[in-house]
Design a protein around this ligand. Structure first.
Ligand code: ATP
Length: 363
């Protein structure tokens, strides 16, 4: 809809991007008119939905862009909401522009974070890795598919929910990371007792109905073990890579290996192993190996993949998780934070080749 856009205003307004859809407002039909009359810029701004959480920011950006146009002395913005038909047309256009966001030819690197059992720190690693990658300039999305322990929103300190635009969802962003979680779709703090088909549909929806924009990396926090979600994900994203998290305990390494084998059976490649909760450095310089040692090396050896990181036990990491302030952002010098940051750097520097990951040196 370019009916009545003053050319100079249109040029300026092209620089205003919808923060959720990440496209210029003028391309999204959000500015049906912009006129310049005796120094007054009159702009109609149509939000996609009435409860748009970014409304104030969008309006402020529009005002600022228009005010910079030569001859403009005053900016008047009339804020409204799109007609349902216009919104539906927009959603269809967006879908059409990317029929399969994460199909086989996708430029997005998809990494599922898996573990054999619960409590090994898989979600903590996922959240911190996502923030570390985003801080290095990558566009990062996270899907929290951990049905029973959805903790990514809390780890990233947000309780925001996706904005619905027609039948698409715009993911909220925290610490530079776009995220959706199964936890955003259940009332209260209940655990989810969905069965396989429901989980499969939900995961499929996260991949198709969420407007992720152009992602460099999509991380998926898997539930522990080898259940329905692992199998669904294998079917939906056979070209995903899998990062296996284990503790240094040999029993944990055993079950981690099983989780990786399930991923391989569905055609996914195992990128490497991350050993978490490794030795805790003591004030006297010794290392307290609370969970034993060697589990990460053992799992990596048996899977024939590299050990990509060894993340020590860290009070700062745990406290950052509890506070929703990831340690990689708040205390990057912490040894656990630096181990995650090194992992992010290593991942950023490699691209999978023909479905196979490049070997990386252990951290
Ligand atoms: N390196 C670490 N040092 C200290 N505490 C850690 C470390 N990694 C994780 N934790 C803590 O261990 C607990 C479990 O971590 P987390 O929830 O990330 O595990 P998980 O593997 O995702 O569990 P589940 O899959 O069962 O949800 C959390 O309280 C977290 O803060």
């Amino acid at each position: 809809m370019t009916a009545s856009l003053d050319p100079a205003l249109e040029r300026a307004l092209r620089a205003v991007i919808d923060p959720e859809i990440r496209r210029p407002l003028v391309e999204l039909d959000m500015i049906p008119s912009a006129t310049l009359d005796g120094g007054v810029a009159r702009i109609a701004l149509e939000l996609t939905v009435a409860a748009c959480p970014a409304a104030d920011r969008i309006e402020a950006d529009v005002r600022q862009a228009a005010a910079q146009v030569e001859g403009v002395e005053r900016v008047e913005v009339a804020v409204g909401v799109m007609e349902p038909a216009t919104r539906q047309a927009l959603v269809e256009r967006l879908r059409g522009s990317r029929p399969q966001q994460f199909g086989p030819g996708t430029l997005t690197r998809i990494i599922a974070i898996a573990s054999g059992k619960g409590g090994v720190g898989k979600s903590t690693v996922t959240a911190n890795l996502a923030v570390a990658l985003a801080a290095r300039g990558l566009a990062v999305g996270v899907i929290d598919a951990d049905v029973h322990g959805y903790s990514i929103p809390a780890l990233l300190g947000t309780d925001a929910r996706p904005t619905r635009v027609g039948d698409m969802m715009m993911p909220p962003e925290a610490h530079g990371v776009r995220l959706v979680s199964i936890g955003m779709f259940v009332e209260g703090n209940r655990s989810v007792s969905w069965r396989g088909p429901m989980l499969h549909r939900t995961l499929a929806q996260f991949l198709t109905d969420v407007w992720w924009g152009d992602l460099d990396v999509l991380l998926i926090d898997m539930p522990p073990g080898t259940g329905d979600v692992a199998i669904s994900l294998g079917q939906l994203l056979p070209h995903a890579e899998v990062l296996v998290v284990t503790t240094p305990q040999s029993a944990a390494a055993d079950v981690a290996e099983r989780a990786a084998e399930v991923a391989r059976q569905t055609g996914q490649s195992v990128l490497g192993v991350v050993e978490n909760m490794a030795g805790l450095p003591q004030p006297d310089g010794t290392i307290l190996e609370l969970f034993g040692s060697g589990g990460g090396d053992e799992a990596a050896r048996r899977l024939g993949v590299p050990l990509l990181a060894r993340i020590p036990l860290s009070i700062a990491l745990r406290e950052g998780g509890d506070a929703g302030a990831p340690v990689v952002a708040s205390t990057p010098a912490d040894p656990a934070a630096s181990a995650v940051i090194r992992l992010a750097e290593a991942l950023r520097g490699t691209r999978p080749i023909a479905g196979r990951s490049l070997p990386l040196a252990p951290a």
